[in-house]
Write a protein that binds this ligand. Structure first.
Ligand code: NAI
Length: 499
């Protein structure tokens, strides 16, 4: 057999059970039918067994090569090793292959009872989560005895890529309104830029209405009136939390599919984990993985095959067939294999109590258009030609001194330099030149130096700030340093709380 090749990793725990069941269904529906242009699944080694051999990536070089060659990875859930050097394969794969957009669909399914379905509220909406940046960069440091830092990185090109994917997908699916979820009222620069790039990207899609909503209000709105949303795009961490909340609205993680979309390589996987408590018992629910597989088939333009399988799945759920984790208790549950057999029996049927999916005339042949493989690492840029000017620096100190004592020392240090001390803050709150006695301080300070009166921005270079840091470091432990610059005349740094 030779069709479009797809890297296949069955995963750990319940992974092999639900993947075998899904492949069994796909085979019956002709997904692997060479004569009609189906796909060929190529097994790759990833997960617990690879970690156990001492490979800290959790995937063999061959698995990496096959995935890169095929452009698609269909994967079961994989265990994240606890402690030791092994990182989550899921996060490694998304980041290594630049799968920048996580797309999840949430909808009311027949036979899956929720408070909303009982109230007659039908849900069908999606979340697009930025998948690479934010605190998921995992850039963390211990800065002092009592302080740990995690850097939150949000880039303009990274934001642009995820917003563009969201609007393109909205266009394709006929979604009329896209919301941006954010916390730009507090994180004015990071979330502020994510929101600003959302608005800038929206200009290229004038037919799509847009809205923005602060993430805490979004969570409340989602619980109170989820049907008001069609698509929500969010930064990584907020998107992670909100998308699990959304899964809860439609019956839990067992019903939420997910696609990790990249320019070159995309990964399709169930949202839930390896369910170690039920692994090997043959009772796991394969719906999330099947739905993720359907997203993959649609990504490959196999719309007819996907619609046929989806209608059979809906007809099965509607008939009351269910695994142990959901469904009416008056009907005995079935195991994974019997659940899939029930779907296979209904291939060609349509649901009657919920709208059936339109089955298009064509779409059994797998097609994947990919840009040419990059010849080297690409540098992506949104803003070029911006004029920057150095105006000072923030120096971060590990110190047990009081703000007043620290200020005296710092003023002495900068006497013969182009800089003056303008601010000391602790945990982001100004504690000098003014502050409140109620502000508690910890052993980690930010000390801000800005140009003395009469020295024009840009008239000195970065080296003078480094020389200042060198002087500070003669007496104090410098944990980190940030350059203060104007970008086309606009401050590239935030003010302290209370400043
Ligand atoms: P989990 O999702 O594996 O399980 C949570 C609960 O949901 C358990 O009671 C489990 O039995 C149930 N459950 C999950 N999927 C089910 C299914 N298909 N059918 C029936 N019941 C199901 O989350 P947990 O226990 O926090 O994580 C277990 C392992 O999975 C960890 O090592 C974690 O790192 C990994 N994980 C992997 C993911 C991935 O590969 N994408 C995603 C989430 C977790």
């Amino acid at each position: 057999m030779s069709g479009l090749k797809i890297a296949l990793a069955k995963g750990d725990g319940i992974g092999p059970e639900i993947m075998d069941a899904t492949l069994d269904l796909f085979k019956a529906a002709g997904v692997m039918d060479a004569a009609s242009g189906g796909v060929e699944f190529v097994p790759v080694e990833m997960g617990a067994s690879v970690f156990a051999k001492g490979n800290s990536k959790g995937m063999t070089d061959e698995a990496i090569a096959i995935t890169e060659d095929s452009g698609i990875l269909f994967k079961g859930p994989m265990e994240t090793p606890k402690g030791g050097g092994g990182k989550s394969i899921n996060v490694t794969a998304r980041k290594m292959w630049n799968a920048y957009a996580n797309f999840r669909v949430f909808r009311t399914l027949p036979g899956v009872e929720t408070v909303y379905s009982k109230a007659g509220i039908h849900l069908n909406f999606s979340v697009v989560r930025e998948n690479i940046e934010d605190t998921y960069g995992g850039v963390e440091h211990r800065l002092s005895n009592d302080m740990i830092q995690c850097k939150r990185l949000i880039s303009a090109p990274g934001s642009d890529e995820v917003h563009r994917y969201a609007f393109h997908t909205a266009q394709k699916l006929g979604v009329k309104k896209v919301h941006c979820g954010h916390k730009a009222n507090i994180m004015k620069m990071t979330d502020g830029m994510f929101l600003e790039r959302f608005k800038a990207t929206a200009k290229d899609f004038p037919e799509i209405e847009t809205g923005d909503v602060i993430v805490d209000a979004l969570c409340m709105n989602l619980v109170v009136k989820p049907q008001q949303y069609q698509m929500i795009v969010l930064p990584n961490l907020q998107g992670d939390i909100v998308s699990d909340l959304c899964a809860g609205l439609v019956g839990g993680l067992g019903f939420a599919p997910s696609a990790n979309i990249g320019k070159h390589i995309s990964i399709f996987e169930a949202v839930h984990g390896t369910a170690p408590d039920i692994a090997g018992k043959g009772i796991a629910n394969p719906t999330s993985l099947i739905l993720s597989g359907l997203m993959m088939l649609r990504h490959l333009h196999m719309d007819k095959t996907a619609a046929t399988i989806e209608n059979a799945l809906l007809a099965t759920l509607e008939s009351g067939v269910h695994t142990g984790d959901f469904g009416k208790k008056d009907k005995p549950s079935v195991g994974t294999k019997d659940f899939v057999s029930a779907i296979k029996d209904r291939l060609g049927q349509k649901p009657t109590t919920v709208p059936a999916v339109d089955v298009p005339e064509t779409g059994t042949k797998a097609e994947l258009k990919r840009p040419a493989k990059p010849t080297g690492v690409q540098v992506i840029r949104t803003f070029k030609n911006i004029v920057t000017q150095v105006v000072g620096c923030d120096i971060y100190l590990d110190s047990p001194l009081s703000p007043g004592a620290l200020a005296e020392e710092m003023q002495r240090v900068c006497e013969d330099t182009p800089f003056r001390l303008t601010l000391i803050s602790n945990r982001g709150t100004q504690v000098w030149p003014t502050g409140s006695v109620y502000t508690e301080c910890v052993d980690y300070y930010r000390v801000r130096f800005e140009l003395k009166e009469g020295i024009a921005p840009g008239s000195i270079g970065q080296s003078r700030t480094v020389a200042l840091m060198d002087k500070v470091a003669e007496k104090f432990v410098v944990c980190s340093y940030e350059l203060l610059r104007l970008f086309d005349g606009v401050k590239g740094y935030s003010l302290a709380q209370g400043q």
